[in-house]
Design a protein around this ligand. Structure first.
Ligand code: URA
Length: 200
């Protein structure tokens, strides 16, 4: 990769021109990330789906709506106080899991985002992010909601919102993770002001 940009704008521009793997051939848009660029909490999903590819923004489909609802319930939102990115920035065809080589080709973009953001807490949304970023043997169904420290950053994984759409009976478990996250933010974050939409 060329020398990594030192600002969000430059990095996004570089990323949008990326052709490091064959997902570049089928994408409509690079889905770089969205949110507040001094956020203390970073959410990382798997990769764009059809809606995200179309709009160039992470989590804008049905799973994204559910994610936004759960975030809003604990005072978090992409507009006010978090950043959301994905393991891979381009849509894998037919919504398959990103291949290990696609994740490898893309990981420098995420590393650069983490370097710029320096988050206090990283939340992995689902198995793909948790296995790549926390532990290859991570079992999301058993270990979700547990915080652990890695290189000075707190890491936690929760169930992927798309999995919750398939298994709505798991929503209370996932929501408990969001409550635990809210509490942890209160302990370790300096400037994350929780934001509730009905506040004036
Ligand atoms: N699922 C993901 O993991 N990321 C998105 O951006 C959308 C759906």
């Amino acid at each position: 990769m060329e020398k990594l940009a030192k600002t969000w704008e430059e990095l996004e521009q570089q990323c949008k021109n990326c052709r490091r793997c064959s997902l570049a051939d089928t994408r409509k848009n690079v889905v770089f990330g969205v949110g507040v660029t001094d956020a203390e909490v970073l959410f990382i999903g798997e990769g764009p789906g059809a809606n995200e590819d179309e709009q160039g923004e992470p989590f804008v489909g049905r799973a994204g709506k559910l994610l936004d609802t759960m975030l809003a319930a604990v005072g978090l939102s992409r507009r006010h106080n978090i950043y959301i990115a994905n393991m891979v920035k381009c849509r894998p065809p037919q919504n398959r899991d990103p291949l290990p080589e696609e994740q490898e080709a893309c990981i420098d973009w995420l590393r650069a985002q983490v370097s710029l953001l320096r988050p206090k807490i990283i939340v992995c949304l689902g198995r793909v992010a948790a296995c790549r970023l926390i532990d290859p043997d991570f079992k999301v169904t058993r270990q979700h909601g547990q915080f652990l420290e890695k290189n000075g950053t707190l890491m936690m994984a929760t169930l992927h919102p798309a999995a919750l759409l398939r298994n709505p009976n798991q929503k209370p478990e996932a929501f408990a993770d969001f409550l635990a996250l809210r509490d942890k933010i209160g302990v370790v974050c300096d400037h994350t002001a929780l934001h509730f939409e009905d506040e004036v």
